[in-house]
Design a protein around this ligand. Structure first.
Ligand code: ADP
Length: 299
């Protein structure tokens, strides 16, 4: 995809010469980027995220993730319109996406979402990873955290080597000798905790409620992905991390058969990855939760 050298040139190229921004309004809710609704002189609406030039790779990775989700043709995800860096605006990087009018009321929203997410999890994944079954075409980000997506033939090895280990390594200053012993034991024993999935799934990767939108068009939309190919259970585990989704979501998702027996015993280790990421980004408030999960598996 073409990288534009200014927001104006991107908009002219997409919407036609002479189309300019008529109105810019800030949108709250993002953790990492500044977000805006742009209304153009031809009446079009565009969603724009911006960050510093140095953080342009956030958007390159997000584009790859959004395109992968779109390719499954299973669930809504905003179309990528353009991206680049704008030297006229202090060298900001920007991403332009289809604007979703949200806060729609969708009947059977949670069931619809669960079924579409399961369909995404059942989609073919060969196009999303090269040289192995798990991972992704490029590395990306989970929030502000860097996420390694090196291809791997084993899900268990992938989760150990590219999910838990790098986060544990980064968080090393928080741990004492007793913690480190338990962590080593957990990693050594991981084959007895995790299971290989029946087939690989494209995951959203950051599956909390803020990243699902009910569109006014009656569709469910996934935004802000941290995609990779892994075990579908990891996405469902994350929905349970901060309060959980309604019962109807889980009942509908279970019909897919993607959760293997004793999923409940694995849920916390999937979420350990996100807790460690939070520990590394936000600090020691998350340390006791990390310790609790590790102890839950190694005693
Ligand atoms: P960040 O990358 O900073 O976490 P998000 O992708 O979460 O930013 O977007 C910030 C907010 O903008 C979200 O809370 C969501 O409500 C809104 N949003 C995200 N994508 C779109 C879109 N394509 N159309 C309209 N609103 C959007």
């Amino acid at each position: 995809m073409e990288m534009f050298t200014s927001i104006e040139s991107a908009l002219s190229s997409i919407y036609g010469n002479g189309v300019k921004i008529a109105k810019t309004s800030s949108i709250a809710g993002g953790d990492i980027n500044k977000a805006y609704k742009l209304v153009l002189t031809d009446g079009s609406q565009v969603f724009m995220k911006s960050n510093t030039k140095e953080n342009a790779s956030f958007f390159t990775a997000e584009i790859a993730g959004l395109n992968a989700i779109a390719k499954t043709k299973t669930i809504g995800t905003p179309r990528v319109l353009g991206s680049g860096t704008d030297e006229t605006k202090a060298g900001c990087s920007f991403l332009l996406l289809e604007f979703i009018d949200c806060n729609g009321q969708i009947s059977n929203y949670w069931e619809t979402f669960a079924h579409q997410l399961a369909d995404m999890h059942k989609a073919e994944t060969e196009d999303f990873v090269n040289g192995g079954k798990y991972g992704f075409l490029c590395d990306n980000y989970i929030g502000a955290g860097f996420q390694i997506n090196t291809a791997c033939d084993s899900w268990i090895a992938f989760f150990r080597d590219y999910r838990l280990k790098p986060q544990f390594k980064q968080a090393a200053p928080y741990f004492d000798a007793a913690d480190l012993k338990k962590i080593e034991k957990l990693l050594e024993n991981i084959e007895n905790i995790l299971v290989e999935p029946k087939h690989p799934s494209l995951l959203h990767g950051d599956m909390w409620s803020g990243n699902v939108i009910a569109g006014n068009d009656g569709r469910v939309w996934l935004i802000d992905p941290a995609v990779y190919v892994g075990h579908a259970e990891a996405d469902i585990a994350m929905t349970e991390l901060f309060g959980g989704f309604p019962r109807t979501f889980y009942d509908a998702y279970k019909e897919s058969g993607l959760l293997q027996p004793e999923y409940g015993r694995r849920r916390d280790i999937y979420n350990l990855y996100h807790l460690l990421n939070h520990l590394n980004i936000f600090g020691r408030t998350y340390l006791s939760s990390v310790r609790r999960v590790v102890e839950g598996y190694v005693g």
